[in-house]
Design a binder for this molecule. Structure first.
Ligand SMILES: *[C@@H]1O[C@H](CO)[C@@H](O)[C@H](O)[C@H]1NC(C)=O
Ligand SMILES: *[C@@H]1O[C@H](CO)[C@@H](O)[C@H](O)[C@H]1NC(C)=O
Ligand SMILES: *[C@@H]1O[C@H](CO)[C@@H](O)[C@H](O)[C@H]1NC(C)=O
Length: 493
């Protein structure tokens, strides 16, 4: 290297050292998350209706390892005061939880509102606010009322209005106190995850049609619920409504796969984001084209993507106050080789793109088969989102790491350190407006098809104890220190 290069490199190194600012912006908020079916239990308490997850685990208990289910889970139905205590111990700015639709509307419809369900959520919301913690509420985290499923659930276009009615009920009940709302958690799991595999509730396998029908209907449902808030509730309550997608960060396995990686990102989160956050609305154009061609090859006369009318595009476009994201996973992608077989999307391959997903090389893997530690994926994803959808508000609604049992969870602490560092770089170096960060999860809980073996909690829960005692892990002390310092420079915790 010549002297000029040497000078330049040392200047860059010096700049990157002084630029490493470990402080979060003033007003940046930290929280932790949970969801109703995963923690509440009380599945048949008083007049609560049955959800698709109640039905799914009871119909065939062997669907989940060790016949586990969410009948009792963390028993937060009875332990909600302890849950608030934990949020206080962590010094959380907000607690993200979801409402069980069938606890509030036992029939799934607005003809009957459960007093007991409303009391439960009022207690939780009021208890949090009394301790200075904001409630951040998800309307739908996968536990659809069974009676609505019997009417075809997310593949019946009428559900968009039924969901919107449910949203109106909860805005009316809680909107005076809840200012941050998510309509949906991870639509890709509700549609692609469920219908591509049949291994999660409602247990229906229909990979060619149902995911895309569900995809469009769910976007319509979101848009209707957002517009109801915007028109009827925002003027008096001044809150925000968004939706949160699970984003897998996807990189090309080699330069030649750059376009493929871009298409894969559009097929992943883009299908649930473009219609809402982009200027033009509708399906992401690249993947829409690919799907139209593939559908013809498969013998359909039209695309497997149901078309959006111009009116529908207008209805959905712009229905956000912020862009939520859950992020855990990064992958590489390459073209499939002749005769190679595909595993099911969303956590497997992308057959429609002839794409094979690979784990990024040589990284530590948690207890989960799908999780890979690749912190820079977080920063690159945030930058990509800003390039796609503009300089809007980004809210990280989940990020976390699974371990086995035990309180000494150094690997989780390191995960949070590394990922938070990348969030800070995205904010300070790349100018992405990230305003919230949320850990998954406040405590160990029922992790769907993984049962209770994958533990994501800052707090360990003893599931053999009828009281479901919660104990802070090392990561809980670490996170509380980060929040207290408002900085990643924490030496003791
Ligand atoms: C560090 O970054 C934060 C957030 O962007 C900013 O408020 C603060 O002024 C910065 N501090 C220094 C020393 O640059
Ligand atoms: C609720 O379900 C439990 C099993 O989880 C059962 O033992 C109990 O009898 C049920 N209660 C009512 C009121 O049906
Ligand atoms: C980020 O978004 C929030 C909420 O919209 C806004 O109040 C804030 O000014 C934005 N910050 C920056 C740096 O653009």
């Amino acid at each position: 290297m010549d002297w000029l290069q040497a000078v330049l490199i040392s200047a860059v190194l010096a700049a990157s050292c002084t630029a490493s600012n470990r402080t979060f912006p003033p007003g940046f908020k930290f929280g932790a998350a949970s969801s109703s079916y995963q923690i509440e239990g009380g599945w048949n308490a008083t007049d609560k209706g049955e959800s698709i997850w109640d039905r799914f685990v009871h119909d065939d208990p062997t669907r989940i390892p060790n016949n586990e289910n969410g009948d009792v889970a963390c028993d937060s139905y009875n332990n909600w005061e302890r849950d608030i205590e934990m949020a206080v111990e962590l010094r959380l700015h907000f607690y993200r939880f979801s409402l069980s639709w069938s606890r509030i509307l036992p029939t799934g419809f607005n003809n009957r509102i459960s007093e007991d369900g409303v009391r439960y959520y009022n207690n939780l919301i009021d208890g949090l606010l009394a301790r200075g913690i904001e409630p951040f509420v998800t309307l739908f985290h996968w536990d659809l009322p069974q009676p609505v499923q019997e009417l075809s659930g997310w593949t019946n276009p009428l559900i968009a209005d039924w969901f919107a009615e449910y949203a109106r009920v909860v805005y009316t009940l809680f909107g005076d106190r809840v200012k941050m709302w998510l309509t949906f958690n991870e639509p890709i799991v509700v549609c692609d995850g469920a219908y591509n595999t049949g291994i999660i509730a409602p247990g229906i396998l229909n990979p060619e049609i149902a995911p895309y029908v569900c995809n469009k209907i769910l976007l319509m449902a979101h848009a209707k619920a957002w517009r109801i808030y915007d028109e009827e509730f925002r003027p008096k309550y001044h809150g925000k409504v968004g939706l949160t997608n699970m984003w897998v960060w996807i990189e090309p396995a080699a330069d030649e796969y750059k376009d493929l990686a871009e298409l894969a990102l559009q097929n992943f989160g883009g299908r649930y984001s473009h219609a809402i956050f982009s200027k033009e609305g509708g399906w992401p154009p690249g993947i829409e084209e690919v799907m139209a061609e593939n559908s013809l090859k498969r013998g359909y006369s039209k695309s497997q993507f149901p078309a959006f009318t111009e009116e529908e595009k207008d209805l959905v476009r712009g229905t956000y106050d912020f862009c939520g994201l859950n992020h855990y996973i990064s992958r590489l992608i390459r073209k499939a080789k002749e005769g190679e077989t595909f595993t099911a999307f969303p956590l497997g391959d992308v057959e429609d793109l002839d794409g094979i997903m690979l784990l990024p090389d040589g990284r530590e893997v948690g207890t989960s088969y799908w999780d890979v530690v690749y912190p820079v994926g977080m920063r690159r994803l945030l930058v990509w989102l800003k390039e796609q959808y503009g300089d809007i508000e980004y809210v990280i609604t989940e990020n976390g790491y699974p371990t086995g049992a035990g309180l000494e969870d150094t690997s989780r602490v390191n995960y949070y350190k590394d990922y938070l560092e990348q969030v800070l770089l995205a904010i300070n170096e790349d100018g992405v407006n990230v305003t919230h960060y949320t850990t998954w999860s406040l405590m160990d809980s029922f992790e769907w098809v993984d049962g209770y073996s994958h533990k994501f909690g800052l707090y360990e829960v003893d599931f053999t104890d009828p009281k479901r005692t919660r104990t802070p892990r090392q990561s809980a002390y670490y996170y509380a220190s980060v929040i207290a310092q408002h900085s990643l420079d924490v030496s003791t915790y």
